[in-house]
Design a protein around this ligand. Structure first.
Ligand SMILES: [Mn+2]
Length: 292
């Protein structure tokens, strides 16, 4: 397994310039991570020169990249409007080309629709039919570029499309592409799954990516609400050897605090150095508890 973190851990804003990504690659490498998870939309907007710069930095630091997508409404693959679905298909096609330039093969998130869900349309069968039809086209592009797409299973307050591992397995079967798989996240599973280990085992080889966080999106090991040892056992049981990426949201306020609903400080008043200490401790905890 490889261990990573989402780029936004230290920030209250989703924004991140190409220069800041370079600084973050250095920082996460120095902490001991293998992977930096970046925003798909930032990659979409990044120049070829900046992509090459980031790729070279990653190579020299020994850091790989994964790509996280929470698409905007204009790229909604489940939209009833065919023009919007078509724009989403083109959007992901461009991101896949840029992922090849960056040298990464994994994109993960609520790619089947837009995030966060506004729950205006909640006819699940209709949303499945429309998004699966779009994803068949996206899958063709993913296969061509050698990209693995990990569809995120989200809790009921963030999506009406995929809430459990079992649903995601059936959804992937309907798309019918070897490049379409699943992202499970302990934060969402903690709300929806009867048995997290069973959910991981059920996803099996379809599990392309894994997000980790405690019940309240603190770093793994900070409060032990998730049965980390059992989660690690289930991942090892299915031979999972891809990325385990932390998706912590602990700082209150700003744009991220608003979209993630962080209304209190979860960092115990940590400054940036304290934030480094928190995540370093969590990384060593996870490496230990997930080692087979
Ligand atoms: Mn997640």
């Amino acid at each position: 397994m490889k261990f990573g973190t989402l780029y936004s851990y230290w920030s209250t804003s989703w924004a991140c310039s190409p220069d800041h990504y370079l600084a973050l690659a250095e920082k996460v490498a120095s902490i001991g991570f293998d992977v930096l998870e970046i925003s798909a939309d930032h990659l979409y907007r990044m120049s070829q020169a900046d992509i090459v710069r980031l790729r070279r930095a990653g190579e020299s630091l020994g850091i790989g990249f994964s790509v996280n997508s929470g698409p905007s409404r204009e790229h909604d693959l489940a939209s009833p409007d065919p023009a919007v679905r078509e724009s989403g298909i083109r959007y992901f096609g461009t991101i896949f080309e840029k992922m090849v330039s960056l040298g990464t093969d994994t994109i993960a998130g609520a790619i089947y629709s837009f995030w966060p869900d506004d729950f205006v349309r909640t006819d699940r069968e209709e949303s499945w039919a429309l998004s699966i039809d779009s994803l068949k086209s996206v899958a063709g592009r993913a296969e061509y570029h050698g990209i693995r797409v990990a569809l995120e299973v989200l809790n009921r307050f963030e999506s009406h499309i995929l809430n459990t591992s079992d649903e995601a397995v059936r959804y992937c079967e309907r798309i019918g592409s070897p490049n379409m798989g699943i992202l499970l996240d302990t934060f969402h599973m903690n709300i929806e799954e009867d048995d997290m280990s069973a959910a991981i085992r059920h996803a099996n080889a379809r599990l392309f990516h894994f997000h980790v966080g405690e019940n309240n999106r603190k770093l793994p090991g900070m409060n032990g609400t998730i049965a980390w040892e059992q989660v690690g056992k289930a991942l090892n049981a299915i031979g999972y050897d891809r990325a385990v990426v932390m998706e912590p949201f602990m700082i209150c306020g700003g744009e991220i605090g608003q979209s993630i609903r962080v209304w209190r400080d979860l960092t115990s008043g940590a400054d940036q150095v304290g934030m480094d200490d928190h995540i370093r401790r969590s990384l060593s905890f996870l490496r230990e508890v997930f080692s087979a």
